[in-house]
Design a protein around this ligand. Structure first.
Ligand SMILES: Nc1nc2c(c(=O)[nH]1)N[C@H]1C(S)=C(S)[C@@H](COP(=O)(O)OP(=O)(O)OC[C@H]3O[C@@H](n4cnc5c(=O)[nH]c(N)nc54)[C@H](O)[C@@H]3O)O[C@H]1N2
Ligand SMILES: Nc1nc2c(c(=O)[nH]1)N[C@H]1C(S)=C(S)[C@@H](COP(=O)(O)OP(=O)(O)OC[C@H]3O[C@@H](n4cnc5c(=O)[nH]c(N)nc54)[C@H](O)[C@@H]3O)O[C@H]1N2
Ligand code: SF4
Ligand SMILES: [Mo]
Length: 762
C-alpha cells in the first residue's frame, strides 16, 4: 500500500523527509493519532467521484482525507466525504446474517441464511417459474459486484425482473441519451465546467448535492452560470441568470428555446446536415411552442426566453448539466432529449466546454448503467438482437439460451407484480425502498404479501427491519473494486479495513450464494476469487463497446487518478469527450436524432383540496435514507429532521412562523410535525421538503406517476395540502398552474402521443 502512496503522490516514504511530506499532504496530525497507513480510495457517496485516502490505525478507519493529486477534487472533500470513515463503525451496522424466526430476526450462520433463501427461491421457481423471483438493486455497489450480481440473477436464477434504485434516479437520462444519441453515456468532462462560456444548470442543486463540482466551476474565469429551477436553491446564488420556471415546465421551455434558435437562424446548419436527423419533423413540431405560449406555460417572460436562446447561439462553448429536477419527472426522458436538441441544433457537442451533461447521483450509478443486465445487456448492448446475444454468450462461455432477450419489469412494475401475486420473492440489494420509493403505504402493504423478502444491506435500515432474511454486507472501505463517476472516470476504491463482524462483501455474498444453485457457480464464476476476476471478464465484455475498459488495469487507474472510458488501444489513457470526430453517434447511420417531444400538464395537478405543489430533494449533510449519515454526529446535528420551506405569503395564510410545525397531506396519506422554514426560496403555493427522514416520511405523500419510457417516478411534484394548528383546513385554491392557452387542448393529444411512445418503448 505504501508503495502506491509513493507512486501517486510522488513521495519517497523511505527518505527521512517522509514525515514532513506526509504532513504536507494530509495535514498535521499528532503522533499518537497518526494512522499506520493511508489507503488510496474513492468516495462512496455521490457521483462526483472524489479521490481520497483512508487513514487506518490499529485496524480501524480513523481519517478520510482528500487526495491532493486527484483531478476531480484536488485535495478537497465535502462534509460527507470528510467524515466517511465514521460510517463504517456505526452502531446500526448489520454484522451477522439473520433469519426471521417466530417473528423475530435472529443471527444465523451464512450457511443457514443461504440455504433457506436458495430453497425458497428454487421452490418458487419450480411452482411459478423463475420470473416469480424479483431483484431490486442499486447504484452503490462496485462495478465488479454489480456485474457479478447481474450475471447471477439473469443467467443463474433466470429472472429478468431485475431493476434498481437507478430507475428512481438516472433512468430518464439513460433513456433520453439513447433516444437522442443512440447510446447512454454522459458526453463530457468536468473540464467542461472550467472552460465553458456558459454553464446551464437545470434542476441540479450542485451546491448541496455535488459540492465538489463547484470547484470546477470556480476555476472558470469567464463563466456565465444560468440556473433553471423553480426553487431558489443554494446553487441559484451563483447564477448570472436565474430562471425560476413553474414546476415541471422544462420540456416546454427547451422546446421554446429550440423554436427561437430556428426562428432566428441561430443554428449550425452544416452540423445538422452532416450529423443530425429529424430536423424538419422537429421544426414542424415546434410550431406548437411559440414564445408567448411557452411564456404562459413556464411563467418566464418572452424577453428572458430570447435571452436564454441567445446564450446558446452567441457563445462558442455551452454546457447544459442537469440532475433530478429533469430526470424525476413523468416526462424526464423527453426533457433530456429536448435539452440535447439545443446542443445538436447549435453543433455544441463533442467539443471542449460543450454538451448535454447528465450529472450522476450515486457513486456508481454509472457502473451499473455500463455493466447492465437491467435496461440493457452488459456494455450497453441492446436486448433482443440475436447476433449481439450470441456475442455476449460467446465471450463469457454460457449457453446462449441463458442470456435474456428482453428487459423484465422496471422497479415500479416489480412492485405491481408483487401486488398481483405474480412475484413471490424479492431480493433487495443496497437500497432502502421503505424510505425512498413513492406511495409508502401501498409499498408497505405490498411487501407484506411476499413469501420471502431478502435484504442485503450493511445497515439495519427500515427495509431490513421487515426482511425475512438479512444478508450482512460489508460497506465502503471494507471491500474493493471500481466506481465510475459522472464524467465516465473509472476510479479505484480499495479495501482499508476488514468487514465488521461476519459481514461479507457483496461480491463474496453473490459468488458464495451461487454455490447453492446446482452448478451455477462453476458455470458463471469458475475460478473467481476476487473482484479483480470479475474486472478481467468485464474488460473483455466491454471491449469494442462505447464503454470500453479493455485498456484499463487497476494500476493504471491509481496512477492516473481514474481513467475515462473508452480506454483501449486507440485511447490508451482514456477519452475526455464522446461524439468527437473519432467517435460517431451510436445510431445505425452515425447521426444523432432531434426528438420531437410534447410537453403536457400534470396528471395530478394542484386543485381544490390539494392546492400546494410539493417539491422534494436533498440537503448537503444527509445521504438519502440516512443509514450512512444518521450516526455521524456532525452531519446529524446539522440536519436532524425534515423541514418545509414555505413562502411568507403561505406562512401568513397558515398563521405560522419559522420553527412552528405543520402537517402535509395528499390523497395517499399525511405527514405530521414538519418544522416550518419561512423563506423566499419558494414561489407562493410551492413548498420543498427533503426526503431523507423516516421520522417525517415525505414519500408517504408522493404520487405514483412515472415516465412511460424510463419508468422514473415523478418525485419532484405532488399536489398537497398544508395543515397548521390555527388553520387546520389549510389553504384555499388560488390560481391554476396550467395557464398556457393551448395547454388544455394539447393535453389529450399529448397523452395519446405518449401512450404510443410507451408501446414503442416496450
Ligand atoms: N448531500 C447529498 N448529496 C447527494 C445525495 C444525497 O442524498 N445527499 N444524493 C445523490 C443522488 S443519488 C442524486 S440523484 C443527486 C441529486 O442531486 P440534485 O438533483 O441536485 O438533488 P435534488 O435536491 O433531488 O433536486 C435538485 C433540484 O431540482 C429542483 N427541481 C424540482 N422540480 C423541478 C422542475 O420542475 N424543474 C427544474 N428545472 N428543477 C426542479 C429542486 O428544486 C432542486 O433544487 O444528489 C447526489 N448527491
Ligand atoms: N421523494 C423523493 N424520493 C426520492 C428521491 C427524491 O429526490 N425525492 N430521490 C431518489 C433517488 S435519486 C435515489 S438514488 C434514491 C435513493 O434511495 P435508496 O437507494 O433507498 O437510498 P440509500 O439510503 O442510499 O440506500 C442504500 C442502502 O444500501 C445500504 N448500503 C450501504 N453500503 C452498502 C454496501 O456496500 N452493500 C450493501 N449491500 N448495502 C449497502 C445502505 O445501508 C442503504 O440501506 O431515492 C429516491 N427517492
Ligand atoms: S462531493 Fe460527492 S464524492 Fe466528493 S466528497 Fe462529497 S459526497 Fe464524496
Ligand atoms: Mo439518485
Amino acid at each position: 500500500m505504501i508503495d502506491k502512496v509513493k507512486n501517486f503522490l510522488g513521495l519517497d516514504i523511505k527518505a527521512k523527509k517522509y514525515a514532513l511530506s506526509e504532513d504536507k499532504v494530509f495535514g498535521k496530525i499528532a503522533d499518537e493519532r497518526k494512522p499506520d497507513k493511508w489507503v488510496f480510495s474513492t468516495c462512496g457517496y455521490c457521483g462526483v467521484g472524489c479521490g481520497l485516502y483512508i487513514g487506518v490505525k490499529d485496524g480501524k478507519a480513523v481519517y478520510t482525507k482528500g487526495n491532493p493529486k486527484h483531478f476531480v477534487n484536488m485535495g478537497t472533500l465535502c462534509p460527507k466525504g470528510l467524515s466517511e470513515h465514521q460510517m463504517i463503525n456505526s452502531p446500526e451496522r448489520v454484522t451477522e446474517p439473520m433469519l426471521r424466526k417466530e417473528g423475530k430476526l435472529e443471527p444465523v450462520s451464512w450457511d443457514e441464511a443461504y440455504s433457506k433463501t436458495a430453497e425458497t427461491f428454487k421452490r418458487i421457481a419450480k411452482e411459478h417459474g423463475p420470473k416469480a423471483v424479483g431483484i431490486i438493486s442499486t447504484g452503490q455497489l462496485l462495478t465488479e459486484e454489480f456485474y457479478t450480481l447481474g450475471k447471477f440473477v439473469q443467467l443463474g436464477l433466470g429472472t429478468n425482473n431485475f431493476d434498481g434504485n437507478t430507475t428512481l434516479c438516472m433512468a430518464s437520462a439513460v433513456a433520453g441519451y439513447k433516444q437522442s444519441l443512440g447510446s447512454d453515456g454522459p458526453v463530457g468532462s468536468y473540464e467542461d465546467f472550467s472552460v465553458a462560456d456558459v454553464v446551464v444548470l437545470v434542476g441540479a442543486n450542485i451546491a448541496d448535492n455535488h459540492p465538489i463540482l463547484m470547484l470546477h466551476l470556480n476555476k472558470n474565469p469567464n463563466k456565465k452560470v444560468i440556473v433553471v429551477d423553480p426553487r431558489r436553491s443554494k446553487t441559484s446564488q451563483i447564477a448570472d441568470i436565474f430562471v425560476p420556471l413553474k414546476a415541471r415546465t422544462d420540456l416546454a421551455l427547451f422546446n421554446g428555446l429550440a423554436y427561437m434558435l430556428i426562428e432566428q437562424g441561430w443554428i449550425d446548419e452544416a452540423y445538422i446536415k452532416e450529423k443530425v436527423n429529424g430536423f424538419s419533423e422537429l421544426k414542424k413540431h415546434l410550431e406548437n411552442y411559440p414564445p408567448q405560449e411557452v411564456a404562459n406555460i413556464t411563467g418566464i417572460d418572452v424577453k428572458t426566453l430570447y435571452e436564454l436562446a441567445r446564450q446558446y447561439a452567441a457563445n462558442d462553448k455551452v454546457t447544459t448539466a442537469w440532475t433530478m429536477g429533469v430526470n424525476q419527472s413523468a416526462m424526464g426522458t423527453d426533457t433530456v432529449s429536448a435539452i440535447t436538441n439545443l446542443h445538436l441544433l447549435t453543433g455544441k457537442i463533442g467539443k471542449p466546454g460543450c454538451g448535454p451533461f447528465s450529472i450522476t447521483g450515486q457513486c456508481n450509478a454509472m457502473g451499473t448503467r455500463e455493466s447492465g443486465f437491467t435496461s440493457s445487456l452488459p456494455g450497453y448492448r441492446p436486448y433482443g438482437d440475436p447476433a449481439v446475444t450470441q456475442e455476449y454468450a460467446d465471450i463469457v462461455g454460457v449457453p446462449v439460451d441463458r442470456v435474456p432477450t428482453e428487459r423484465g419489469y422496471k422497479y415500479a412494475e416489480i412492485i405491481d407484480a408483487i401486488e398481483r401475486g405474480e412475484i413471490k420473492a424479492l431480493w433487495i440489494v443496497a437500497t432502502n425502498p421503505l424510505v425512498s420509493f413513492v406511495d409508502q403505504e401501498k409499498l408497505r402493504k405490498t411487501l407484506a404479501k411476499l413469501d420471502l423478502l431478502v435484504v442485503q444491506d450493511a445497515f439495519m435500515g427500515d427495509t431490513a427491519q421487515i426482511a425475512d432474511v438479512v444478508f450482512a454486507a460489508a460497506t465502503w472501505g471494507e471491500k474493493e473494486g471500481t466506481y465510475t463517476n459522472s464524467e465516465r472516470r473509472v476510479n479505484r476504491a480499495n479495501k482499508a479495513v476488514e468487514p465488521l463482524g461476519n459481514a461479507k462483501s457483496d461480491f463474496d455474498i453473490v459468488v458464495e450464494f451461487s454455490r447453492y444453485f446446482d452448478g451455477m457457480d462453476t458455470l458463471l464464476f469458475e475460478g473467481w476469487k476476487t473482484p479483480g476476476d470479475a474486472f478481467e471478464e468485464w474488460k473483455r465484455v466491454s471491449a469494442g463497446q462505447l464503454c470500453d475498459y479493455s485498456g484499463m488495469t487497476y494500476e493504471l487507474l491509481e496512477e492516473e487518478g481514474g481513467v475515462q472510458w473508452p480506454c483501449n488501444a486507440q485511447f490508451p489513457k482514456g477519452t475526455k469527450r464522446l461524439y468527437t470526430e473519432e467517435i460517431p453517434f451510436r445510431t445505425g447511420d452515425g447521426k444523432a436524432k432531434l426528438v420531437s417531444a410534447e410537453w403536457m400538464p400534470m396528471k395530478e395537478p394542484v386543485r381544490a383540496g390539494f392546492p400546494v405543489m410539493l417539491n422534494t430533494g436533498r440537503t448537503v449533510e444527509q445521504w438519502h435514507t440516512r443509514t450512512k449519515t444518521r450516526s455521524i454526529d456532525i452531519l446529524d446535528q446539522l440536519a436532524p429532521e425534515a423541514w418545509v420551506e414555505l413562502h411568507p405569503e403561505d406562512a401568513k395564510t397558515l398563521q405560522v412562523r419559522s420553527g412552528d410545525r405543520i402537517a402535509l397531506s395528499s390523497p395517499r396519506g399525511r405527514v405530521e410535525d414538519v418544522v416550518v422554514k419561512v423563506t423566499q426560496t419558494m414561489r407562493p403555493g410551492n413548498v420543498f421538503v427533503p426526503f431523507h427522514f423516516n421520522t417525517q416520511l415525505v414519500n408517504t405523500l408522493t404520487q405514483p406517476e412515472f415516465d412511460p419510457i424510463s419508468g422514473e417516478p415523478n418525485y419532484k411534484q405532488t399536489a398537497v395540502q398544508l395543515h397548521s394548528q390555527n388553520v387546520p383546513e389549510g389553504i384555499a385554491m388560488q390560481e391554476t398552474e396550467i395557464s398556457g392557452a393551448l395547454a388544455h387542448e394539447r393535453c389529450d393529444k399529448a397523452r395519446e402521443y405518449r401512450y404510443e411512445k410507451t408501446k414503442e418503448a416496450r
